[in-house]
Write a protein that binds this ligand. Structure first.
Ligand SMILES: [Zn+2]
Ligand SMILES: [Zn+2]
Length: 160
């Protein structure tokens, strides 16, 4: 999860080391056992860092999630290695939705939204949404958050 600028100061200076330790603890496999609420993986998530993600086949980028969404709480019990898909869903309602909405707009403006819709999230899209031109300047419609949360995020920009 990229750290929002206003939250940077809330992370300890050794966060990169902490995050790395959690991923090693996890054996570089997503530790989510359903906490994300996606309901798409029975038991522990099968995604391994650098391997193709189940469902989408895109490359998994392991991140470290705070179970209580509090950056200051870096106790190992509060940290969980998560693939980007689980992490984004787990954070939904906190800050991921805002980010996803921003990303939806960026994708829309770049004319890429229709491509992603067809590739990753057709089942969750309302039928009318696909008729919206990709260059539509209006803000993301309801339902776009759900769409974007299903999309893999590139590793670039994701805090270790
Ligand atoms: Zn996962
Ligand atoms: Zn999960």
């Amino acid at each position: 999860m990229p750290i929002r600028p206003e939250n940077v100061h809330r992370y300890p200076p050794d966060w990169p080391q902490i995050s790395l330790a959690i991923k090693k603890r996890a054996g570089w496999r997503c530790e989510c056992e359903g906490e994300c609420g996606r309901g798409t993986h029975p038991g522990r998530c099968p995604n391994h860092h650098g391997a193709p993600a189940y469902g989408t086949g895109s490359t998994v980028c392991l991140t470290t999630a705070h179970l209580d969404h509090t950056p200051e709480n870096c106790h190992p019990e509060n940290l969980r290695a998560m693939c980007q898909g689980c992490h984004l869903h787990y954070d939904a309602g906190h800050h991921a939705v805002t980010r996803a909405t921003t990303r939806a707009r960026a994708l829309t403006e770049a004319g890429q939204l229709t491509v992603d819709v067809g590739a990753a999230a057709t089942p969750v899209m309302p039928p009318t949404r696909r008729q919206t031109p990709p260059t539509d300047p209006t803000p993301a419609a309801p339902g776009t958050e759900q769409l974007l949360l299903n999309l893999p995020a590139p590793c670039e920009g994701i805090h270790p």
